[in-house]
Design a protein. Structure first.
Length: 208
């Protein structure tokens, strides 16, 4: 079984590939469809965007497709940046720029270390329907300053209390064990393994 990972983010592709290791699938990426344009992300929730992307890429390629939409929610900012996480401050801003904008916004509200969470909504689609959905979250706080060289995105300002440091200071294994994306893709791996085991008896009968 082939499974298309519907993202052009290399960091995400690497994480997802590691998280789905051992699943009964052959992973493929959008590199096989270089001319395929990305859809606009107009959903108001992570779930809406994940479904829309999974549907779009499954129909455009004919492949079983997994898509996710993820981001950072900060309580003191009313849940922002939320679904706009990748576009916060403009699509051309670096994550260092985004960190400055977030810290400035928090200081203006005197909420320098607000509670926050990472969210990952995942959808698995065939060309005609959604087959599986799940959601992963990890709770933490906004660090006073970026710290750590690991991870990507907002990891350097996401302080995870059980570890006592940011996710950018965690090893890849530590991050995968608790992260929002780790939770969601482990649930997908379980679903794929269960689906494969349920289909095996019929496959065996077909060979006789």
């Amino acid at each position: 079984m082939r499974l298309l990972i519907a993202t052009t983010n290399r960091h995400k592709v690497r994480e997802i590939t590691q998280l789905l290791a051992g699943a009964p699938i052959e992973l493929v990426t959008l590199d096989e469809w270089p001319a395929l344009q990305a859809p606009e992300e107009t959903g108001r929730t992570f779930e809406e965007n994940a479904r829309a992307k999974a549907h779009y890429y499954a129909r455009a390629t004919g492949e079983l497709t997994v898509a996710e939409d993820s981001g950072l929610e900060i309580d003191a900012l009313g849940g922002a940046p939320g679904v706009e996480s990748a576009r916060y401050g403009g699509v051309e801003t670096t994550y260092r720029d985004k960190f400055v904008l977030i810290h400035d916004a928090l200081r203006s509200r005197r909420e320098a270390d607000s509670a926050a969470r990472f969210v990952c909504a995942l959808a698995l689609a065939s060309p005609d329907r959604i087959l599986f959905e799940t959601r992963g979250t990890i709770e933490g706080r906004i660090a006073h300053a970026p710290s750590g060289a690991g991870g990507f995105g907002y990891d350097p300002i996401f302080f995870y209390p059980p570890y006592g440091h940011t996710l950018a200071e965690a090893s890849p294994e530590q991050k995968a064990a608790v992260s929002h994306r780790g939770q969601a893709f482990r649930a997908l791996r379980h679903f794929l393994q269960l689906s494969d085991s349920e289909q095996r008896p019929s496959r065996a009968r077909d060979t006789h």
